[in-house]
Design a binder for this molecule. Structure first.
Ligand code: 5GP
Ligand code: ZN
Length: 112
């Protein structure tokens, strides 16, 4: 597996952030600028630039990443929530280490 990127904020956070949850190569942290009462980010320890490159994950690891997202939401008390991946600058991505947003704690259905 390629090592952490020295210039990557999320590779640093994977190592140093106070995690809400950490297991099995994945870390969940609170977003620094929350857009909902619960706003978590799930980061794989493996550096992958964007969701476009998700095929770089071995299939079992990709499956475990999805399970980790769902388990993190459930452990945060959420049954209904939104999962977002912004892909590329035009998709709203600002940090180029793949991450999953989990947003909840308020009705999420009103806007896309
Ligand atoms: P993106 O726009 O790339 O999909 O999401 C990046 C997210 O990372 C944003 O929601 C932003 O608030 C969050 N973020 C940026 N810098 C930091 C940081 O230093 N710590 C944490 N916890 N979140 C950050
Ligand atoms: Zn990284």
């Amino acid at each position: 597996m390629p090592g952490p990127r020295e210039d990557c904020l999320f590779c640093k956070l994977v190592r140093e952030a106070e995690a809400v949850r950490r297991a099995d190569g994945f870390v969940a942290i609170a977003d620094i600028n929350p857009q909902a009462p619960v706003h978590l980010l799930v980061l794989p320890e493996r550096h992958v630039d964007t969701f476009r490159d998700v095929a770089e994950f071995p299939p079992d690891e990709a499956q475990r990443m999805l399970a980790f997202v769902a388990e993190t939401a459930a452990e945060s008390g959420l049954t209904d929530y939104r999962v977002i991946v912004n892909v590329g600058p035009g998709g709203g991505q600002t940090v180029f280490h793949l991450h999953w947003h989990i947003l909840g704690g308020r009705p999420m259905g009103e806007t896309l």
